[in-house]
Design a protein around this ligand. Structure first.
Ligand SMILES: [Zn+2]
Length: 56
């Protein structure tokens, strides 16, 4: 399975499924779909719907 990367459209912060976000309890390998709906961008507070998948 190929892990994807998502970018915040507001501030440009990037979420990598491979890296997760251990500081916020999101383990490496956590799929974007499994990130909690109430999660927000650590930089600007944007919600998941403000993120877009990045083509690598
Ligand atoms: Zn952001």
């Amino acid at each position: 399975m190929e892990l994807k990367t998502y970018m915040c459209l507001i501030c440009g912060w990037v979420y990598s499924e491979a890296d997760g976000l251990p500081d916020e309890g999101i383990a490496p390998g956590t799929l974007w779909a499994d990130v909690p709906m109430n999660w927000a961008c650590p930089e600007c507070g944007a919600r998941k719907e403000d993120f877009e998948m990045m083509a690598i």
